[in-house]
Every structure is written in structure tokens, then in C-alpha cells.
Design a protein around this ligand. Sequence first.
Ligand code: 5GP
Ligand code: MN
Length: 343
Amino acid sequence: MLDLMISPQSIEAVKDIISKGSKFVILAHRNPDGDAVGSTTALALFLRSLGKVADIILPNSFPDFLAWLPAAADIVNAECEKERSLELIRDADALFCLDFNALSRIGELAGAVEHSNAPRVLVDHHPLPEDVFEVQISHPAACSTSELVFRLIYHIGTLEALTKEMAESVYTGMMTDTGNFAYASNRKDIYIIISCLIAAGIDKDIIYRRVFYNYTVNRLKLVGFMMYDKLRVMPAYNAALLTLSYKEMRRFNVSKGDTEGVVNMPLQIKGVRFVCFFREEVPGKINVSLRSVDDFPCNLVAAEFFAGGGHKNASGGEVYGTMEYATERFRTALAKYKELLTK
Ligand code: 5GP
Ligand code: MN
């Protein structure tokens, strides 16, 4: 039914690790998104259904609009519970690394994961994984890590093993990483998987509303302000820039999740193919989000100019310095990539 993606050897290796161990730790990247929380909770629920202990550790907090997810309530936030997180990692029989492929993406947990003697199992869809994982399930063609977790459940368990709660987590990850199936979503398997999730009892319309119709008033006011005042379109480069300074973050009392997805909005403008969003999270440290369409590789810009990386059409990084400095770097990037942007 589904095309083969994860190799039978990898499935066997994961099966073996699960059957030999009793307690597992599941990790995802810093600033967790819907796919990070969806994939980790789905896998934890699956391992628990097999009678195993499975703890989820995230480097920092996740947005409120994901709090309804099954098993989200028992996620360990390493920023609040560092000692406990390190102890869980130390005691784990295996470490499942989901939705990231470089240890730098898990911040202060990186050392403990690197020095652990337990096998590290990568399940991820970002290109070019680091060579630190004993089992490497790395498929950039997958729409999300949650799709890969579905495939693991499907191959290791059976479709009957997939509960409604697991299906809700998987769907949330697939839906958020594809912008509700608006990009990276042309493979037929995605829709075969969705039909399995619906058969498992999910209500996809309710999940959509829980995630996308769950904003604060603040968020809408912030978006209004940004689109009116802070958006700069550069037609000569088919590009757009959004900035949000620390002072503005404070003025609008921005909290986690309030800026989620804002970077995609300028792509709605006719002709715009590349968007950059600078968010000064603490004075002098600017978080960078990049989005593009079609063949423009924004991950190359992220790596070259913003010490980051990611997918071809969705990537990120950071800049230390002023907003003016960051903007200057963006302009330099545009000049360098002008030909690709305007072809
Ligand atoms: P976002 O803009 O949603 O924060 O990030 C979009 C994507 O960019 C993420 O899914 C991730 O793949 C990638 N990304 C974001 N920040 C970084 C970073 O600092 N380093 C790397 N390697 N990738 C990043
Ligand atoms: Mn993802």
C-alpha cells in the first residue's frame, strides 16, 4: 500500500532496540514546533503501548496551541528540569532523536546525548545528518518526522497498534510541517496515511481549529502591526523582509507561538519567492526564519549567512548583532543569490 521508505534493515534495528530495552528517551529540537511535539508524543505513546517507559525531553517549552496533544502534559522541559533531563538521558536504554539531525539543535542536552553509551536512533527529514547516530532513519522526502513515526508504527506494530491518540499526534505533525498540506505535500502516500489516521478515529477539522484557530488577540494585533509597518518587499529580488525588534516584542507582549507562521505570509504576495524574518529574542541575539518556494534553496542562505540550515524551502539560523547588521547580511545574501531569485 505505502511505497517503501524506511529500509527493512533499519526497521529490524529499531525493533531489536525496542525489544531489548525497557526505558527510552525521545528528544526533539529546541523551539519545538508541531512536528517536533507531534512526532515525539506519537512515538512515546507507541512505546508505552508496548509496555515500555518512554520519556520525552524537549530543550525548551513548546507553544500553547500544542498543549492539547495527547502526552504533551508529561513532556519534560529541559530548561526547567535540567538535572532530571540529564539523569533520564544517562539511564536510557536508547535515545530516539526526532526532527533534528545535528546535536547543536538540542542545546545544552547535546553533551549528554553525545557521551551516552546507549544507541542513538535518528528519525528525521532534514538533509545531511551528522554522523553520530547508530541507527539513521533520515528521509528528506518525508513531509515530516511524524510521517516517519507513522511508518515505524506501521512496520513495527500493525495498523491496529495505531490508537486515536497516536494518530492525532501524527496528523498534527504532518499538518503543521506542510502548512495544512499546502507545500511539501504532493506524494500520494501522505493521503494514504491520512486515510489511516481518519480510520483510527481522528477528527482532522477539529485538529485544524485547535492548532490554527487558537491564537491570542495579541497575535492578531501583532500580525496587523507587522504587515502594516514592518514588511519590506524587494521586488528586484522577488524577496521580502520582516523584522521584529526586542522592544517591539515587549510592546506587543509577544509570547511563544504568537509569531508562528508569520514568516509564510509574505509568500502570499504575487512574485515573492523568498522571505526572511528577523526576531530579536534577547537584545543582540536575532533569530532568523527563512522560507522560499520552488527551487530556491533558502537552507544555503541560512548556512552561509546565518549559521544555520534546514530544509530547501524552510530554514533558519541566528545572528548576533543589531537589526541593521542582520539586515545588511540579508541584503548581501540577496545580491549574491539575485540570479537564482529572479530566474
Ligand atoms: P523556523 O523558521 O520554523 O524556526 O525553522 C524552520 C526550519 O529551519 C526548521 O524546521 C529547521 O529545519 C530549520 N532551522 C531553524 N533554525 C535552525 C538552526 O539554527 N540550525 C539549523 N541547522 N536549522 C535550523
Ligand atoms: Mn519537521
